[in-house]
Design a binder for this molecule. Structure first.
Ligand code: FDA
Length: 503
């Protein structure tokens, strides 16, 4: 019924336009499955019969198509999910875990990027990927960049609205910190820019997540300067090679390094003949320096001599080559690989934490033991500090600023969904193990690493119940987000498992 009502409504308003442009795909369309799967970035939600599928997929070619889709969804009682790059960790842009009939508005056709070099700014539509953005900037300038995430297929829409950090965020902040204007279609179908939407809504969509407030169609961003050459290095150590003491030191050193130096750490397990069980923990330290090897070497020698960084560990490259490198490509690849939107992805579950005090050695040893229980665990540890400590907690909804040494992302990949419960159980036990070592009251988490274990919307009193996860993502900003929500969408039309309830 919902579906038929929607189709009738859409066709009545658009008439022939819908046949000119293929805009709506029903389950009976041969394009429905490929389209749905085209940007599912967590195979946990692919081909799984327990995952509710959208009744319809709408692929707007214009803002008018979005306005009509919103109008007709309201009329026909279909819930709306907006998808940009589809990287949501819990699939919220294309799954309704609550089994409510819904449609996807997929923005992949709306992905133009217009760069204004005189102003050092750009307008980027939400359906673009960060790879497309980096590519477009590199085509115009060798000395400009943008501080957003590493994986090139991430969508601008979800990424910017939830924060967005990458290898130059200690110098320039989050993607959302560098947004200077935006275009949103609100629940009434109005197209609003920064002036029209007002400062409170403009504040909310720069870190509060887009899905609670409307369809954000474009962002105006500030480009940032990067040197013509940057320096990278990747150095790994196993437990036998002193990984534990190095990592223990890293915790206090990395957040205090100059903002031009990003030194993050990846922890996994690898095969080892010399260790009991045939496996050992391996810690990789990966660095990006906005400067030359000649300046980096003395800097590391003075601040982190134990690390023993050598000239032959270093590679000089352009900034855009460092983008290729961190996106997992060879730096000799043609830049066009950044335009690839398709990427096969494993099933995974992830969680996040923030560390405010260094984890003691015995804590690390216990952590390594936990990791050795899994086949392919991964921890990504991102040092904060730099400009992140200078921006106030209430500047945007993203509250994780001063006082954080580093953020942790825990991740576990698995080959088949039958194995999911075992691995998800493991990562939950790991999270429980980490409780004494991470932030408390609230235990903070990063919205863009969405985790439904933290809680989901479940009835009245909506706001009070939502605090269980809302305070973790937003801390003191949660209340303001709920007040903005009440102003712009009092009927709670834009909602999902973790949308902001109106207060
Ligand atoms: P997706 O389309 O799934 O949207 C995510 C959420 O935003 C959904 O709730 C959706 O409804 C909503 N939304 C999307 N577009 C909207 C719009 N136009 N208007 C309103 N609401 C909208 N993060 C990071 O900070 N740094 C990193 O380096 C990485 N790396 C990374 C690698 C990989 C492989 C994955 C899968 C994820 C990351 N992330 C990340 C996390 C990433 O930032 C996060 O998943 C983003 O929300 C993804 O944005 P997408 O548009 O791709 O997701």
């Amino acid at each position: 019924g919902h579906e038929k009502g929607f189709l009738q409504c859409f066709q009545t308003i658009l008439g022939a336009d819908n046949t000119t442009w293929q805009v709506i795909f029903t389950k009976s369309s041969s394009s429905y499955e490929p389209l749905l799967e085209s940007s599912i970035r967590n195979a946990r939600f692919l081909n799984s019969t327990s995952v509710p599928k959208p009744n319809l997929i709408v692929t707007p070619h214009s803002l008018f198509h979005i306005q009509v889709a919103l109008f007709c969804s309201k009329k026909s009682g279909l819930q709306v999910r907006v998808r940009s790059g589809g990287h949501d960790y819990e699939g919220l842009s294309y799954v309704s875990h609550s089994h409510i009939p819904f449609l996807i508005i997929d923005l992949f056709n709306l992905r133009s990027i217009t760069i204004n070099m005189d102003e050092e700014s750009a307008w980027v539509q939400s359906g673009a990927t960060v790879g497309e953005l980096y590519y477009a900037i590199a085509k115009k300038s060798k000395v400009h960049g943008f501080p957003a995430g590493s994986c090139s297929t991430i969508g601008v829409g979800g990424h910017f609205s939830g924060g967005g950090f990458g290898t130059i965020f200690r110098k320039y902040g989050l993607a959302s910190d560098n947004v200077i204007d935006a275009q949103i279609i609100d629940v009434n179908g109005m197209i609003l820019n920064r002036t029209l939407m007002g400062e409170d809504l403009f504040w909310a969509i720069r870190g509060g997540g887009g899905s609670s407030f409307g369809v954000i169609t474009a962002w105006k961003i500030k480009l940032v300067p990067v040197p013509s050459k940057v320096t990278t290095f990747d150095v790994s150590r196993t437990l036998d090679q002193g990984a534990t003491t190095l990592f223990h030191k890293w915790q206090t050193i990395a957040p205090k390094l100059p903002p031009e130096l990003f030194l993050h750490s990846l922890v996994g397990v690898t095969n080892s003949a010399s260790q009991e069980g045939g496996k050992t923990v391996v810690v990789s330290f990966s660095g990006l320096y906005l400067g030359t090897p000649e300046n980096l070497l003395p800097l590391m020698q003075n601040s982190f001599a134990e690390f023993g960084l050598r000239r032959d560990n270093l590679t000089e490259m352009t900034w855009i080559q460092s983008v290729l490198h961190y996106a997992g490509y060879s730096i000799d690849e043609s830049l066009e690989v950044l335009l690839r939107r398709n990427q096969s992805s494993p099933s995974f579950k992830a969680k996040s934490d923030y560390v405010k005090e260094p984890i003691p050695l015995h804590g690390l040893e216990g952590l390594w033991k936990m990791l050795l229980l899994e086949n392919s665990p991964l921890l990504i540890l991102t040092p904060y500090g730099g400009i992140m400590s200078e921006i106030s907690e209430s500047e945007t909804p993203f509250p994780h600023r001063k006082g954080n040494l580093y953020g942790i992302q825990y991740m576990v990949n698995f080959a088949s969904n039958e194995e999911a419960p075992k691995h998800i159980d493991w990562i939950r036990r790991l999270y429980a193990y980490m409780t004494p070592y991470v932030s408390k009251f609230p235990r903070q988490a990063y919205l863009n690493y969405r985790d439904l274990d933290l809680g989901v919307n479940q009835g009245k009193p909506w706001y009070e119940k939502a605090k269980s996860w809302g305070l973790k993502y937003f801390n003191c900003n949660f209340e303001r987000l709920a007040l903005v929500k009440a102003r712009v969408d009092p009927g709670n039309f834009f909602r999902d498992e973790q949308s902001i309830p109106p207060l």
